[in-house]
Ligand binder design. Structure first.
Ligand SMILES: [Zn+2]
Length: 128
């Protein structure tokens, strides 16, 4: 794992958002998110395990999202096969929103807006 990737993942597992990580390290939220991604081989293994279905709701998928089940974990665990699942956009929005609510209830900083959740959720419903 490259130093920069380890640094991003380490901050992520401490509960920081990609926006906050980017700000801290001097690059964009998108680049922080890009660096934290699992490698191609791991993504391929996740996709192959899912066999074309969302691993949450089991709807059939052609283009799903790779979701991190646990954010607060060891750096090396973050992109491990066990910590990843292949999900539809609707499940991904719901799962990430649920973890935001949990963080909010623990008084941790959240910058993801509720509107963003509903935007993604509604788009996913409309495309279903
Ligand atoms: Zn789903």
């Amino acid at each position: 794992m490259k130093d920069q990737q380890r640094q991003v993942i380490s901050l992520k597992t401490q509960g920081l958002t990609y926006a906050a990580i980017g700000q801290q390290l001097g690059f964009s939220r998108q680049y922080a998110q890009y660096l934290a991604r699992p490698d191609t081989k791991t993504c391929a293994a996740v996709l192959s395990r899912a066999q074309g279905q969302c691993e949450e709701c089991h709807c059939s998928l052609t283009r799903g999202h790779v979701h991190h089940k646990r954010i607060r974990c060891e750096v090396d665990e973050f992109n491990s096969l066990d910590n990843l699942s292949y999900v539809c956009a609707s499940c991904h929005a719901r799962l990430d929103y649920a973890s935001d609510i949990k963080r909010k209830s623990r008084g941790q900083y959240v910058d993801r807006k509720e509107e963003r959740f509903w935007k993604i959720f509604n788009e996913a419903q409309n495309n279903a």
